[in-house]
Design a protein around this ligand. Structure first.
Ligand code: SAH
Length: 413
């Protein structure tokens, strides 16, 4: 299906005038991109999703402008603070140019042709993400407030990214609009791409399914950690737990691992990991490595391997976010600790454990402290090699924007 851009609603002509609490002003001044429903003290009129809302300060001066999102507790997605500015095609063009400029080194690196070009609020565009896989761009929309702005935004993106095709993905909370062609996986520009789309990361070839894959098709945020894993894999047996489509697995094989195991709950993900290995069969180290897929629950698979006394020279554990809500933080920490115990039990002495967390509600300090405390509790010495955070194309624009952290540590039993 093709989105009928011309038929999409336009933002309402009348801007909302909004007053907010002192606390919200403080957050705004610190660069926070969200204004919650509960912080709003007055609104001029009812607005539709995507109408522009102007926040005034106590002196009735312009403080900020953002997208009105009447059905979300994050009622205003802030686009701009300071002096008044029109939100038009030129505004979007500036935002996209700034995001591209920030990523210049990555975009110019021929070892990769897949990147996150717009990382939501962290690039000044709260609620929208744009990823590029070779010549296919994927726009993921997390709020209906973006729909009236697509007509201006899509041409600005097409002009700068020059994709053959541009696909739209809708967050689960977003109601599709089949009447406008706005459904999951529809095209915003160009023909429907032939799936899969092939792309390169660290010089290795992968397939992405941008119309159906998890998120937008591939977890681009682990690119740098995968390169580190490649550098550590020579001559090792490697297990890639929560492998998804095998990003770490393929890098480990390319780095000279003798055997690579990919573990994931999703059968299609494990199958994709096998295909990604095959796409790199021209790399002699990949062709030489034995690849084994385990389709199952990571905790159970790890537990079974521990019971059988299996050990690996390199263990990668990259689970999904365990803390979707604040209330689940304690549970998430407990799950990370269980994974650390299992991961350590699977790591050879002098082998390396790589454990990652993508829960923004678990801070890097809490996570790293948890890994160390667990190692101490089982009498294992950890020799830290590295602590890593976000890659260049996933900038951190505000405190809640930080989510990814990983520990690389040598294990001494
Ligand atoms: N390491 C991957 C990304 C992992 S995303 C990469 O480099 O691309 C998290 C993955 O965990 C998803 O593929 C999901 O299918 C898988 N998953 C979720 N719960 C799981 C479980 N209990 N056991 C195994 N895999 C699980």
């Amino acid at each position: 299906m093709t989105v009928d851009l011309a038929a999409l609603p336009s933002p309402g002509g009348k801007r909302l005038a909004v007053r907010v609490t002192k606390d919200a002003h403080r957050h705004l001044r610190r660069g926070h991109p969200w204004i919650y429903d509960a912080s709003i003290t007055s609104v001029s009129h009812d607005g539709a999703p995507g109408d522009l809302a102007v926040v005034f300060d106590d002196d009735r001066d312009f403080a900020a402008i953002g997208l009105w999102d009447p059905d979300s507790p994050i009622r205003i997605k802030v686009l701009h603070r300071g002096r008044p500015t029109p939100i038009d095609a030129a505004f979007w063009a500036d935002r996209i140019d700034a995001a591209i400029e920030h990523r210049r080194a990555l975009l110019d690196d021929p070892a990769h042709n897949a990147h996150r070009v717009i990382h939501g609020e962290n690039d000044g565009m709260p609620g929208i993400v744009v990823d590029v896989y070779s010549d296919v761009a994927v726009v993921k929309i997390y709020s209906p407030a973006w729909i009236p702005h697509l007509r201006a935004l899509v041409p600005a993106l097409v002009e700068r990214l020059a994709p053959t095709s541009m696909i739209v993905r809708l967050a689960r909370s977003l109601a599709p609009r089949p009447d406008l062609g706005l459904v999951e996986g529809a095209t915003l520009h160009g023909p429907m791409p032939t799936e899969p789309v092939m792309f390169v990361e660290n010089g290795l070839t992968f397939e992405a399914h941008p119309t159906t894959g998890q998120k937008t098709g591939h977890f681009l945020d682990q690119r740098d950690n995968r390169a580190r894993v490649r550098d550590l894999a020579e001559g090792q047996r490697v297990i890639d737990v929560f492998s998804c489509t095998g990003g770490f697995s393929v890098h480990a094989a390319a780095g000279g691992a003798t055997e690579v195991r990919s573990v994931d709950l999703s059968g299609p993900a494990v199958d994709a990991a096998k295909r990604n290995m095959a796409h790199n069969a021209d790399v002699s180290a990949v062709a030489a490595a034995t690849h084994i897929g385990h389709h199952g629950d990571a905790f159970e698979v790890m537990d079974g391997l521990v019971r059988r006394g299996e050990r690996f020279g390199l263990v990668v554990v990259d689970p999904p976010s365990f803390a979707q809500r604040q209330a689940s933080v304690a549970g998430a920490l407990a799950a990370y600790q269980r994974l650390t115990r299992l991961g350590l039990a699977l790591t050879d002495t002098d082998g390396v454990l790589v454990q990652a967390s993508c829960s923004s509600r678990v801070t890097a300090d809490e996570f790293f402290a948890g890994v160390h405390a667990t190692a101490r509790s089982v009498g294992v010495d950890l020799d830290e090699l590295d602590r890593t955070g976000h890659p260049l194309d996933h900038p951190i624009g505000f405190p809640q924007g930080a989510y990814l952290k990983a520990l690389f540590a040598r294990v001494h039993h």
